[in-house]
Design a binder for this molecule. Structure first.
Ligand code: PMP
Length: 414
């Protein structure tokens, strides 16, 4: 066969690492064309919540594709989007009254940033500075990269990235420093502060307390700085509650959701906003409208999948499943934590993580690549972030698969 023309994401083709061909997926497992059963221990990059091929989501996609595949969403609407927007406003915090659709997590972040700037401009007080938390990740488009940590991932594009105010991450006992820095930065009247609530994902599964999240939110409220919660990874039960923000008892001004919005089956994102943000764009003047759209905004098939996801949340004991899974993961993590090379074992909801002792540990060190290959050889899909190893399985994963995941990790941590 001629070599594949596919250019894969976050893949150095020059290393010649094997790229398995996945033929189908069910529950917590992927099946390759050569007959292997691989446990999807990272929910296919954090998207698959209930499990692959959930029958209700698959049926909704099939049914929707019989009636309406795609229609322009600027000035037109359709039932799946209307139902979804109502469903979201019913399940999400009541203060988030408006739902703007897009296609990916990164796009929902771009939309959030544009809404924030539009809000201030339309109120006649233009503001453009964005505050971010150190080590954050919000996506790979230019705006989303700008509000994320700088590093080897985006060094080539740095001339295009806009300047932001970085608030230090609250490493151990540094809550006060973080809060003081945020307060000082808020005095300069920035437009918004964007955060990953409770856990920074791609930055290394770094966890901070609900107390700190609540304090950060209240500082922003006090200084009239918009608070954007990026719940793209944390939403839909990942951290033990529907939203991570719930654990801090807070509601953001703008909320970004994607990944588990469709149960992880098809791409879709939303940016939910408070009425004040919508109202700032509401006018008879076209120049004040929200200038954002993409071809597939609110694709009906994706909306139908998301409606099925909402129905699952309404009808099935998802939070109980998540709580049970969290407990099972913690037990297994406790066993791992006793191994000599395991550092800083931690967990939040369905996510566990630790650092594997490795003096050279950074994202580009060979360790991550070597580990990934060893896990794959054991039929495990795990993708360490440098020397940070984490597990984030679909909620349907069973005990045997969990045992296999943690046994496979233990082999590499002795
Ligand atoms: N924000 C967070 C917190 C994420 O984890 C991700 C994706 N891992 C994104 C934004 C970007 O989402 P997408 O890859 O769908 O563009």
């Amino acid at each position: 066969m001629t070599p594949s023309p596919v250019w894969h994401p976050f893949t150095q083709h020059g290393l010649g690492e094997p790229i398995p061909l996945v033929a189908r997926a069910q529950g917590a497992a992927l099946y390759t064309d050569d007959g292997r059963r691989i446990i999807d221990a990272i929910s296919s990059w954090w998207v698959t919540t209930h499990g692959h091929g959930h029958p209700r989501i698959m049926a909704a996609i099939a049914e929707q594709s019989d009636t309406l595949d795609q229609v322009i969403f600027a000035g037109w609407t359709h039932e799946p989007a209307e139902t979804l927007a109502r469903g979201l406003t019913a399940i999400m915090p009541p203060a988030l009254t408006r739902v703007f659709f897009s296609d990916s997590g990164s796009t929902s972040v771009e939309v959030a940033l544009k809404m924030a700037l539009g809000y201030w401009l339309n109120r006649g007080e233009p503001r453009d500075r964005i505050l971010v938390l150190e080590h954050s990740y919000h996506g790979d488009t230019i705006g989303a990269m700008s509000v994320g940590a700088r590093g080897v991932f985006n060094a080539a594009y740095s001339p295009l990235l806009f300047d932001v105010g970085t608030i230090p991450f609250p490493a151990e006992d540094r809550d006060r420093h973080t809060l003081d820095s945020l307060e000082a930065a808020c005095r300069d009247r920035p437009a918004a502060f964007i955060v990953e609530p409770l856990i920074l994902g791609a930055g290394g599964m770094l966890i901070y307390s609900p107390y700190l999240l609540a304090e950060m939110r209240s500082i922003c409220a006090r200084y009239d700085v918009l608070f954007i919660a990026d719940e793209i990874m944390t939403g839909w039960g990942r951290t033990g509650t529907l939203l991570a923000c719930e654990q801090a008892g807070i509601v953001p001004d703008i909320l970004c959701l994607s990944k588990g919005l469709t149960g992880g089956a098809v791409p879709l994102a939303v940016t939910m906003a408070s009425e004040a943000i919508f109202a700032a764009h509401w006018s008879t003047d076209r120049a004040r409208m929200f200038f954002h759209s993409s071809s597939y905004t609110a694709n009906p098939i994706a909306c139908a999948a998301a409606n099925a996801n909402l129905a699952i949340w309404r009808d099935e004991p998802v939070i109980e499943r998540v709580t049970t899974l969290a407990g099972k993961q913690r037990e297994r993590l406790d066993t791992l934590a006793a191994l000599p090379r395991v550092r800083n074992a931690r967990s939040l909801g369905t996510i566990t993580a630790f650092e594997l002792d490795d003096p050279a540990g950074d994202y580009l060190s060979d360790l991550g690549t070597t580990l990934r290959a060893r896990y794959a050889a054991n039929d495990l899909l795990l993708r360490p972030l440098g020397n940070t190893i984490y597990v984030m399985p679909p909620y349907c994963v069973d005990d045997d698969d969990l045992d296999r995941i943690y046994a496979g990790i233990a082999e590499t941590a002795e």
